[in-house]
Design a protein around this ligand. Sequence first.
Ligand SMILES: Cc1cc2nc3c(=O)[nH]c(=O)nc-3n(C[C@H](O)[C@H](O)[C@H](O)COP(=O)(O)OP(=O)(O)OC[C@H]3O[C@@H](n4cnc5c(N)ncnc54)[C@H](O)[C@@H]3O)c2cc1C
Length: 392
Amino acid sequence: MASELNELGDMKKEYDLIIIGTGSVGSAAGYYSAKAGLKVLMVDEFMPPHQHGSHHGETRIMRQAYGEGDEYVPMLLQAQKLWLGLKDYVKHTSGIPIFEQCGVLNAGPSNALFITQAIKSANKYALEVEVKDAKTCKKIWPELQLPENYSAVYEPNAGVLFCENIIESYLELSKQVEAEHAFNCKVFAVETSESGVQVKTSQGDFFASKAIVTAGTWVREIFPNLPITPIRRVFAWHQADGRFSYLNNFPAFTIEDEHGEAYYGFPAVDNALKIGKHIEWEIMHSREDRVPFGSKISDGSALLKFLKRFLPGVGGCLMGKSCSYDMTSDGHFIIDTLDEQKKIMLISGLSGHGFKFASVLGEIGSSFARNEPIPYDLSFFSLKRFTEQQKG
Ligand SMILES: Cc1cc2nc3c(=O)[nH]c(=O)nc-3n(C[C@H](O)[C@H](O)[C@H](O)COP(=O)(O)OP(=O)(O)OC[C@H]3O[C@@H](n4cnc5c(N)ncnc54)[C@H](O)[C@@H]3O)c2cc1C
């Protein structure tokens, strides 16, 4: 596409697609779109990967038997294929870890919705899972203490994604297919017209036929009316010996208790096991509210009761970090267009479980940008559901 001079004499840059926020999903969307032949500009306020969004802390869980609902599974099947493809590619280039299929154990009271939905989605899509009772789990993983009335869904092919390595790899790949990067460049506003979109940034205005908004936690600074709430979360590494390591076949896990409180964790590496509590509505009203780990008393103590009950062999806290989620009120994603002309796609509200989808959401963004049909039913993820809720 040609560039031309605007009325101020500046270069008016024209792209097929501008990515607004180049983190987990944005880096994938930029890469897949440029690979498909589009002229792409990837914009980010910082230098991704970084610690200001939702994608730091080394690892994320990838699982397919989805306790959050079987609507997600078709995307998850493709996401896993893409992760394995990326892993295979990177093996021959930088060699950094991308995806470790160490298995994931989802446990909770046998009648918990999360567990029954995980089993339902596995049955519906013939996923490879093993449903186990607490006794059997204890035999396999004696380090894990599950109450008798708990069940677990074990996915042997699920595992751990290395989040910062993945973003780094997508950025490197995107350069190879000639995507342009504008980093340390904050987006202030996005406007649409007949001819396309105008993206106003700290480095001037950029123009494109379409835009994809993947700005994560602070997306409401650009689109204030979105039904998304920024919440602060913390996670921490605890002392754990070789019994909890990958080498001893200790899996990544999610555990929900009788009160619906959900926790997740990863096999120990170098005697440190990373663990976090999933949703807690610690709402942030501004960026200043995302205070570092340890600023609040609960940061260090919130996990102690859980560890004592379920993983009593795990020791004290070695270090922790704070992070953020972009929450919707129902905990489900928003994947939708924002304007009548369908020039802006929003992929947001990933509500603390979106990283595993970043690859496939990137592909979905690329299909949108190329006016290609999207091979998933996205009606479940529409923006409209919030206005319908209000009316109801
Ligand atoms: C502690 C923690 C643990 C998690 N564990 C899991 C897990 O195990 N499995 C899982 O699947 N998911 C997990 N998640 C959720 C997952 O990490 C997020 O859903 C996902 O990373 C969100 O991706 P994103 O692209 O929307 O946001 P991000 O990766 O944060 O990217 C957003 C980008 O937009 C940029 N940006 C924002 N505003 C602007 C602006 N105005 N101008 C320019 N750029 C801007 C930011 O700088 C950032 O780079 C976890 C999240 C956290 C915090």
